[in-house]
Design a binder for this molecule. Structure first.
Ligand code: FES
Length: 566
């Protein structure tokens, strides 16, 4: 029998038959049934995480990417072996893709660990896939390169451009307000997402691709290449070659994802005016290596980090504009004095070594430090009697006139209650009220959906109201906008004060003071608490595991047993 190099390639972690030589002999004989030569089977193995799925439009190009990664691996002397994992497409999953992010992370970690591979290329793109893969890679600590599917292209349409999903929401809001007809909304439905790739704005998928680049898990400049561009395939080929290089001089995710690289990623999140969801995901990824993301530290960073990127949902540009404008290399150069220079990336180079002054930057989309979109960061955290462990507000997508407000709460007990009453013409609500949604956090069957963008009650929308203060324990799509307080922690279902709010209560929001308070006397709060009962847990399956294990937003909504140290 020809021996593979010890503990490399297929010889890694052989199955337990009580005889390692037999296990390798058996593994090879089965591998040979797939037509591999002995020379191929002796090569180091690069595992390719395949998240292609007929349910996942954002991953439509994954088969083509896999072929390109394989070229890179083979040319560099490795054996590429692709394997499927859970694939999560944002609009395709009930109750929400967030409910399954940890399942994808668990699946990916298990397969990275159980199967023989010396390194891996993680191929993902849609909102929850990249976070899940980074969480998995951090825990498995297998040398790995992240490859994203890349953003879709915007579509020219009657004198404007359309792309998922800020334009989806803009037109839907207009449809609800009665200014867009049913016929036109049906036509627009077919023009919003017309190419392969992830949503074309600075939503969660794009934000996570940028953060993966900031962390160092994606080579600089590769995160924002459009999905259908030939450079995307070249990036895939390079990812394959890089994964082989990582084998000789292993650089593990735990060396890349560090307290300093996480803080750099937080700075980038703020400068992007990026998705609020990314904060939860970055917290979960960091938690896998024992790094804590502190929401109070976020406020310090937010006050000293300007928003420099001008894309939808807050600006006018799309991801293809960001990439053509210079992408992450240009943004990181602009932020260089605010960043830790020491973190290394998948190439082994420190951030300081990787940064270089770009030859060209399109200032319409990536502003200079002296002319920021906003002098302070896009996200702030809030604390107070309504959010003892924090809540967040994307101030870059909010209405400044609503930042300091004390108002009456109009409360919905859950998603069903909201759906049943929000458009009721008899609903007692004015534009000066605060809409409150509770029981939609990670512990609930709703699974912390992107429902924080509560619709403006149609009676008010038709009267021209564009924004109101809305708050909840759930999330908001990275493509949405409005004065929306999210991730209130602890959530209502965990016994947080949010669960005790009733319609008519007064709530005070102060962005300046970073506070969120329920203005109800303590004795009344205590009376309501004595009557509160926790929700009934699901009986079995994944839902039960989530109900038993899921952590709150300030801990990234990971499962407790999956965090570093369990
Ligand atoms: Fe996949 Fe938006 S639905 S990135």
């Amino acid at each position: 029998m020809t021996e593979a190099p010890s503990k490399h390639g297929l010889a890694r972690n052989t199955a337990n038959y009580g005889d390692k030589d037999f296990a390798l002999y058996l593994r090879r004989s089965f591998a040979k049934s797939m037509g591999y030569s002995q020379a191929m089977l002796d090569r180091p193995v690069v595992g390719l995480v395949d998240t292609g799925s007929d349910y996942n439009n954002c991953h439509r190009a994954v088969p083509e990417l896999i072929e390109a990664v394989k070229r890179g691996v083979l040319a560099a002397g490795g054996l590429p072996l692709a394997f499927p994992t859970v694939s999560l497409c944002e609009p395709s999953l009930f109750p929400t893709s967030m409910h399954y992010r940890n399942l994808a992370a668990l699946d990916t970690e298990a397969m990275l660990t159980a199967q023989p591979m010396d390194s891996a290329v993680l191929i993902g793109g849609c909102d929850k896939t990249v976070p899940a893969q980074l969480m998995a890679a951090a825990s498995a600590d297998v040398p790995a390169v992240q490859l994203v599917t890349g953003p879709m292209l915007a579509t020219p349409f009657q004198g404007e451009r359309l792309s998922a999903c800020t334009d989806c929401r803009r037109y839907w809001a207009a449809y609800r307000a009665g200014t867009v007809t049913g016929e036109r909304i049906a036509e627009i439905e077919g023009r919003l997402a017309t190419t392969a790739g992830t949503c074309g704005v600075m939503g969660t998928a794009s934000t996570m691709a940028c953060l993966a680049e900031a962390l160092g898990m994606i080579p600089l400049g590769h995160g924002s290449i459009p999905a259908v561009h030939a450079d995307r395939l070249r990036a895939a080929e390079e990812a394959g070659a890089l994964a082989v290089r990582l084998i000789a001089q292993p650089i593990r995710p735990s060396q890349i994802i560090t307290a300093h690289s996480v803080e750099n990623a937080l700075r980038v999140l703020l400068a992007l005016g990026g998705s609020t969801n990314a904060l939860i995901h970055l917290t979960a990824i960091a938690g896998r290596v024992g790094v804590r993301v502190d929401l109070r530290r976020l406020n310090e960073l937010s006050d000293s980090t300007p928003v420099l990127v001008d894309l939808k949902p807050t600006g006018a540009g799309y991801m293809e504009d960001f990439h053509a404008a210079g992408g992450m290399p240009a943004l990181l150069w602009e932020l260089r004095d605010l960043l830790h220079p020491d973190p290394i990336d998948v190439t082994g180079a420190s951030l300081g070594e990787r940064l270089a002054e770009p030859a060209f930057v399109d200032r319409r989309f990536i502003r200079a430090r002296g002319e920021p979109v906003s002098p302070v960061g896009g996200i702030v955290s809030l604390f107070g009697s309504l959010a003892p462990r924090g809540a967040i507000l994307k101030r870059s997508a909010a209405t400044p006139g609503l930042f300091e407000i004390e108002a009456r709460a109009v409360v919905f007990d859950g998603l069903e209650d909201m759906a049943a009453r929000i458009d009721d013409p008899g609903l007692d609500v004015t534009e000066d009220d605060i809409l409150v949604l509770k029981n939609a956090g990670p512990l609930t069957p709703a699974g912390m959906p992107e429902a924080g963008y509560l619709p403006i009650p149609s009676r008010l929308a038709r009267a021209g109201v564009k924004d109101m203060v809305r708050m909840s324990d759930c999330r908001m799509s990275g493509t949405a906008f409005g004065t929306i307080v999210l991730h209130i922690t602890p959530e209502a279902a965990a016994g947080g004060p949010l669960g005790l709010v009733e319609s008519g209560d007064r709530i005070r929001l102060s962005v300046q003071e970073r506070s969120l308070d329920l203005l109800v006397p303590a004795e009344e709060v205590a009376r309501r608490r004595a009557l509160w009962t926790p929700p009934v847990k699901p009986k079995r399956g994944w839902d039960r595991l989530v109900a038993d294990q899921v952590l709150q937003a300030d801990e990234g909504c990971d499962l407790a047993v999956l965090r570093a140290g369990g």
